[in-house]
Design a binder for this molecule. Structure first.
Ligand code: SF4
Ligand code: SF4
Length: 389
């Protein structure tokens, strides 16, 4: 067993991780269960991402134009991710890390002190599209125990290359204005665009590291759980809705990561009062149509086996959540829209609000958030009119 680091003990304290904790088996991810578990029926959910099979609805935000944009936003992620599906069963970005890097040179670039290397990597990651960047050591507990193959529905032990000791965690903000229309097929375009930005940024950063003569793996949802690693890398805190809440973009983000053997200075976890605020706020739990979000206290017993056990936290009922998505034929994210941390932080008053949420006046912040109507849904058709003269 590796010696626990202060960063691990931060997450141990935060989540009260028990001895019974086991790394997550990717086979039990709800999207993978939809392939092998008859109790999780995806109906037309996955097919609807092929425009030939989409099913329009009368509800606003679910017509041909809306699905056309959503599916276009997913196009690159799907095409690149499934390039090796037939030949090797890989779904890169989801069950497997990316394997599209071209080989690097035989010699490494002149080495730099870890502090300077980290500064350069962060600068490059932001140049490549990341909104924020943090670095942590790889904690094996967050690496999946097993990797799932969607073509055979088998799960094999995941053999993670242990010499890749560092994870560069990348935050890719999603579009705030379009996110106001969650849930709709149209708003699914901001999710798709977030994945495309993640694919771009992580793969270009991995290629940059490869070009320097180091090893690097670009990863999205595959290989390891991103949220605890992002918390460990100082990028945000964990919310009641089971998502990362960042100080710069709230929960309206995607997370990507690059594993590498380049020695880098690591970051410290940071708190800005999210846990205390979630204790007094239940907006996500109250707004979630299938009541998939825990409105009570954190628990170490998950609602079903699609979530981690032996770790005390708020856990979303993935079965209820996915069923709701299936019935809409698109992703939901109402919990992101209504979260008081979901704000446009280019405005000083929203940055002021986040400070208020991290103070004894947090109830005032929650009251203001409700009073000012933040989090209310904008009609999808309004988004289409946005740039009209
Ligand atoms: S995505 Fe929708 S259904 Fe799922 S937890 Fe959030 S609000 Fe609930
Ligand atoms: S909506 Fe409220 S309770 Fe839910 S994650 Fe956001 S701040 Fe926490």
């Amino acid at each position: 067993m590796p010696t626990p680091t202060p960063h691990k003990s931060y997450l141990d304290r935060l989540f009260d991780i028990k001895g019974s904790f086991k790394s997550f088996n990717q086979k039990n991810d709800i999207f993978n269960r939809a392939i092998w578990d008859d109790t999780v029926d995806p109906k037309h959910f996955f097919q609807s991402y092929d425009i030939a099979n989409y099913k329009p609805k009368k509800a606003k935000g679910f017509n041909h134009w809306d699905f056309a944009l959503r599916n276009a936003s997913w196009h690159l992620t799907d095409v690149v991710g499934e390039m090796k599906l037939e030949s090797e069963g890989r779904v890169e970005g989801f069950t497997d890390y990316y394997s599209i890097q071209t080989p690097g040179p035989p010699e490494k670039a002149p080495s730099l002190p870890p502090e300077e290397a980290a500064q350069r990597i962060k600068q490059v990651a932001k140049f490549l599209g990341a909104g924020s960047v943090g670095i942590c050591e790889v904690d094996e507990r967050w690496i999946y125990s097993h990797q799932f193959r969607r073509d055979t529905a088998d799960a094999q032990e995941l053999d993670f290359p242990k010499h890749l000791r560092y994870a560069i965690m990348l935050i890719l903000p999603m579009d705030y204005q379009l996110g106001k229309t969650f849930p709709s097929a149209l708003s699914g375009a901001t999710t798709g665009l977030g994945y495309a930005a993640s694919l771009n940024c992580a793969n270009m950063l991995a290629q940059f590291l490869t070009n320097l003569g180091y090893e690097a793996i670009a990863s999205l949802n595959d290989t390891a759980l991103s949220i605890p690693m992002a918390i460990q890398a100082g990028l945000g805190e964990y919310g009641r809705h089971g998502l990362l809440i960042t100080p710069d973009f709230g929960p309206n983000v995607r997370i990507a990561k690059v594993f590498t053997d380049l020695p880098l200075q690591i970051d410290e976890p940071k708190s800005f009062g999210v846990k205390q605020f979630c204790q007094i706020c239940r907006k996500c739990a109250e707004a979630c149509p299938p009541r998939a979000i825990n409105a009570g206290e954190p628990s170490d017993t998950p609602p079903n086996f699609s979530s981690l056990s032996g770790i005390r936290k708020w856990t979303v009922n993935a079965e209820k959540c996915f069923k709701f998505w299936v019935n809409m034929n698109t992703d939901c994210a109402i919990c992101i829209r209504v979260c008081p941390y979901n704000k446009d932080y280019t405005h000083w008053w929203n940055r002021w609000g986040i400070r208020l949420a991290n103070s004894p006046l947090r109830r005032l912040m929650l009251w203001l958030d409700n009073k000012l109507g933040f989090g209310q849904r904008v009609k999808p058709e309004n988004w289409w009119q946005r740039d009209k003269g």
